[in-house]
Design a protein. Sequence first.
Length: 227
Amino acid sequence: MDTSAPWRAIEASERAGDETEPPPERSRLGGHQLLLAAAVVLVAVSVGAAVLVASQQGGQVQMVSGASGSPNESGAPAATKAMLVVEVAGAVAHPAVYSLPVGSRVADAITAAGGYSTDVDPRQAEAQLNLAAKLVDAQVVRVPRRGDGSAAGPSSSGAAQASAGLIDLNAATAEQLDTLPGIGPVTAQKIIASREQGPFRNVDDLVTRKIVPASTLAKFRSLVTVG
């Protein structure tokens, strides 16, 4: 190469510089790729963190929702149970007037009064009391004592009875018959239906007509009569 001419030397040096300096386009391209890769990694990390947080928050929301839906925290007022008032007298630990839920039985009233006392007459109690009978409002449950010949089974206050204090099988209402030991609403209706076909001539007709067994009649024989 003829280097004696100045422009030749300048041209030669410019060519040498062009061969050693990397193309600016490639350098810029490599930088963009690194930035793009870093951005992808950052987005992936952000998405993963968002999914984790969302799943945790979702579980918390579900727990709060379950708690707010519980019956005790719903704010709805509790339903008030219907009550009835009965008197428990005789051979019980605590004779008194008691309030019991509607649908309670004679046994529930005696339990509320503390159970039988020591002077209870077990045989008379078994014969006169129907522990499974449902209570009615203003009813008197009288538990017989030993030596108390006038003790009567549970009766409703103001219930119509015969002058001797006995229930007339030919005239008693279904409610009055239901107070007898061993007699429920179904048997009371059977007694009424049977007497409509023909009046009872004696108490034993209940067994003869197969309305009640003899063992059940023995529980209330002393409480009924035939008029």
